[in-house]
Design a protein around this ligand. Sequence first.
Ligand code: GDP
Length: 304
Amino acid sequence: VDRYNRGLEKSRRTFGQKLTALFTNFNGVDDDFYDDLEETLIGADVGFDTAVQISDEVREEIETNHVSGQKEISNLIVAKLVSLYTRNGTKEDNHLVFATEGPSVFLFVGVNGVGKTTSIGKLAARFKKRGKKVLLAACDTFRAGAIEQLQEWGKRDGVPVVAGPEKSDPAAIVFDAVQKAKKEDYDLVLVDTAGRLQNKVNLMKELDKMRRVITREIPHAPQEILLVLDATTGQNAMNQAKVFQETTDVTGIILTKLDGTAKGGIVLAIRNQLHLSVKYVGLGEQVDDLSPFSPQEFVDGLFS
Ligand code: GDP
């Protein structure tokens, strides 16, 4: 929790400070107040539509229930932010789905540099610590150095990596990985993929082929297709997410580099505009810098 709070310090400090600043020289709510609220939310990358929606809902509640105190209003904003996040989801929706029997397979998708390989390395360590037998599959055969980077993580975590030559067919490597997982009773296979958004048709074909290979070997797998997004890229991350959603059945988001941005509001935009849950957040470059995402904890920290 300490690490989690430290990682989010930047987001909280600035987003929180700006929200708190809404109440300097506060003489009750007026149109300026709602304008400032919208501006603050937009500045935190909540997204325009989401900002307007929050502001409208806050206004309606304030007017209907005659809410007036500063404390009450900030509590109302916090509650609204959390409810916007949890509205279409279940409480436990940062949980990842595992197979009830046999190996589970998680595919990691996302463009280069967002933190796919790093997140896989962190998650492998996390699940290994919980007693799971974890295997990594180096199916990003496109980016130079991606295979070695995953192998580095494998060494660090003490987890084997199935890999092939650069530029080879990722479907062949994932095939080897799931075969090995079945034969040697692995619990979990984490699959790195190439994020070539430039060619959507090729990307779609490649991901489809990998999924077919996996499902043929292990019915119900892959259990998760996790889209990795870089929180520091704001609206760009939202655009990437839209393309990936059109390309494959994304089951959840890993939002990285939340430690490096004051724009933590993107978690609300992802939820409200894309209807996807943020399962984990990346809070730094070290192996422990990954945390399950909790909307309540996140939003609670904004005004404190
Ligand atoms: P990939 O191309 O998607 O596999 O991205 P990488 O895993 O290679 O990550 C790209 C860079 O981002 C690396 O330098 C990572 O150390 C860094 N990185 C990944 N996740 C985080 C994070 O949560 N916080 C910070 N500060 N850096 C991160």
